[in-house]
Design a protein around this ligand. Structure first.
Ligand SMILES: *[C@@H]1O[C@H](CO)[C@@H](O)[C@H](O)[C@H]1NC(C)=O
Ligand SMILES: *[C@@H]1O[C@H](CO)[C@@H](O)[C@H](O)[C@H]1NC(C)=O
Ligand SMILES: *[C@@H]1O[C@H](CO)[C@@H](O)[C@H](O)[C@H]1NC(C)=O
Ligand SMILES: *[C@@H]1O[C@H](CO)[C@@H](O)[C@H](O)[C@H]1NC(C)=O
Ligand SMILES: *[C@@H]1O[C@H](CO)[C@@H](O)[C@H](O)[C@H]1NC(C)=O
Ligand SMILES: *[C@@H]1O[C@H](CO)[C@@H](O)[C@H](O)[C@H]1NC(C)=O
Ligand SMILES: *[C@@H]1O[C@H](CO)[C@@H](O)[C@H](O)[C@H]1NC(C)=O
Ligand SMILES: *[C@@H]1O[C@H](CO)[C@@H](O)[C@H](O)[C@H]1NC(C)=O
Ligand SMILES: *[C@@H]1O[C@H](CO)[C@@H](O)[C@H](O)[C@H]1NC(C)=O
Ligand SMILES: *[C@@H]1O[C@H](CO)[C@@H](O)[C@H](O)[C@H]1NC(C)=O
Ligand SMILES: *[C@@H]1O[C@H](CO)[C@@H](O)[C@H](O)[C@H]1NC(C)=O
Ligand SMILES: *[C@@H]1O[C@H](CO)[C@@H](O)[C@H](O)[C@H]1NC(C)=O
Length: 390
């Protein structure tokens, strides 16, 4: 019985070892020699040593930031400060993520026949290592120490120190989302994720419930990202929502703390903690959304969610059929013959309107809604520089 226990403990020890080692093991690519090819490196030998196993050798390499590769043959472990290349096409194989049977779990060290060559993978998914700062510069929306995961939202990418200064389409994977999806990120203003935009005025926002659910338009232009995606993005993080709008000659904005929309089962109800008052700023649009906290999202094909509302209208959070606040209403692009925008009051329930102190009485010529998070002490009132600093 006692012997069995000891055996069991030894087995557990090896299983644990195998588990932790398999993760790190994954950070190497094995080079395969194809008939007659040579494998070479421009690196110098860092360390030549005897190790219990190939994995122990790999671990030695991982412990030193200047180690880029290693070779292993019969307990002979050699670390190099450069990578290996073959004279022909590099036939590399990514080590499978979980391959317990390539690891020894029985107690005896793994055996390799012939010398095996391994290059260290510092950065995955196309990232490249900046040797000066010993960090990966990631591409294609990946972040993390090894560029191993997609960003959760644009602020995640920005705060991870990647993609600074960019403005374009990125792929995000919020924790709550079943699949990644594309969004426009304005990294040059600290990682803003655009989930609504009307600028060109050529995408209709008079849409059905299912269109608002899935999203419509192109993230590169006028669009609504989609209620499910907005729900995934806001479900578990405390995000700021910036609503920006153009009146005749300038941009106005208002910011909301802890912005969230509920799931479809809860009719994508609107939630936020508070509007941030900026009465000191001429750019402050003022708030008119607060009375709508807890309101359901409504579309014209869901009359049961707005029974008191006889008209048809563009999707938005409503209550008592009020339309005093709706950035999804149609924007106007009216100009007089000398090219100046003509102000007017909203005359029907399809029009964009923001009936709050800074904007009341003005037609809206551009709308944009964005989600982001900030580090404490960072200025959350950063305006979209492209539109407001002029
Ligand atoms: C890495 O190895 C080299 C050569 O053995 C050594 O000079 C250097 O100090 C090591 N660096 C670290 C961080 O251990
Ligand atoms: C590496 O990072 C440093 C510091 O951020 C930067 O100045 C340098 O340009 C980077 N090098 C490369 C090759 O990107
Ligand atoms: C949203 O958040 C709630 C509360 O934290 C959680 O119970 C729920 O599973 C989350 N939804 C998704 C899709 O992750
Ligand atoms: C709307 O107009 C913009 C600018 O002219 C253009 O780039 C975009 O493709 C148009 N979108 C649609 C859906 O027509
Ligand atoms: C909005 O869509 C509804 C349903 O398709 C339609 O009846 C209505 O005329 C549309 N309104 C406008 C202003 O296009
Ligand atoms: C344009 O902006 C100026 C201040 O910059 C303001 O006094 C004026 O009322 C604005 N005009 C319109 C039509 O919005
Ligand atoms: C919005 O206003 C800004 C000035 O605040 C201006 O630069 C920009 O061109 C305007 N955009 C539209 C679509 O009216
Ligand atoms: C306006 O008020 C906000 C919030 O109190 C503050 O953070 C910001 O610096 C102020 N801006 C100016 C121009 O005074
Ligand atoms: C809706 O109507 C009720 C009763 O008239 C009122 O108390 C409430 O403030 C209204 N809500 C909004 C958002 O207008
Ligand atoms: C705008 O707000 C004013 C004052 O609160 C109100 O009298 C007016 O009816 C509102 N207009 C719209 C279109 O909601
Ligand atoms: C167009 O609007 C601008 C600004 O309000 C005004 O100065 C100009 O005279 C108008 N042009 C015409 C032809 O009405
Ligand atoms: C819009 O309506 C307000 C009152 O609600 C009025 O003060 C303003 O002059 C109107 N603007 C235009 C362009 O008619």
């Amino acid at each position: 019985m006692r012997q069995l226990n000891v055996l069991f403990a030894v087995l557990l020890f090896w299983l644990n070892l195998a588990k932790t080692e398999s993760l790190k093991y994954d950070r190497f690519i094995k080079l395969h020699k194809v008939g007659g090819e040579t494998i070479g490196t421009n690196g110098k030998v860092l360390l030549q040593t005897l190790t219990r196993s190939r994995l122990a050798c790999a671990r030695q390499c991982l412990e030193n930031d200047t180690c880029f590769s290693y070779t292993y043959e019969d307990n002979d472990c050699c670390l190099f400060d450069g990578t290996f290349t073959t004279s022909a096409v590099v036939m590399t194989t990514r080590m499978p993520q979980t391959t317990p049977n390539s690891l020894q779990t029985t107690g005896s060290p793994p055996t390799e026949t012939g010398k095996a060559y391994f290059n260290r993978v510092f950065c995955e998914n196309g990232g490249t290592r900046n040797k000066t700062i010993n960090k990966c510069a990631c591409v294609n929306s990946y972040v993390g120490e090894h560029c191993e995961r997609l960003m959760k939202d644009c602020s995640d990418g920005y705060l991870e120190g990647q993609y600074h200064g960019q403005d374009g389409v990125f792929t995000v994977k919020p924790d709550a989302a079943p699949n990644p999806f594309e969004v426009r990120c304005i990294m040059k203003i600290h990682g803003r994720l655009v989930f609504q935009r009307q600028k060109d005025g050529n995408v209709s926002f008079n849409r059905t419930w299912s269109e608002y659910k899935e999203g419509f338009g192109d993230v590169r232009g006028d669009h609504w990202l989609g209620n499910d995606k907005i729900y995934y993005l806001t479900n578990n993080s405390q995000m700021i929502m910036a609503a920006e709008m153009n009146i005749t000659n300038r941009t106005k904005a208002v910011y909301y703390k802890d912005f969230q929309i509920k799931s479809e089962e809860l009719d994508y109800q609107l939630e936020f903690a508070e509007a941030i008052t900026m009465s000191n700023s001429t750019q402050y649009a003022g708030d008119c959304l607060e009375p709508f906290i807890g309101s359901s999202f409504t579309t014209s094909d869901k009359p049961e969610l707005s029974p008191d509302c006889p008209q048809r209208f563009n999707g938005w959070w409503r209550h008592n059929c009020s339309s005093s606040c709706n950035l999804n209403g149609a924007i106007r692009t009216n100009k007089n013959s000398s090219g100046h925008l003509i102000n007017h009051n909203a005359t029907n329930s399809y029009e964009a309107i923001w009936n709050a102190t800074g904007v009341a009485g003005y037609a809206l010529f551009r709308t944009q809604m964005q989600l982001y998070t900030v580090n404490t002490n960072e200025n959350i009132f950063l305006f979209n520089q492209g539109n407001s600093r002029k």
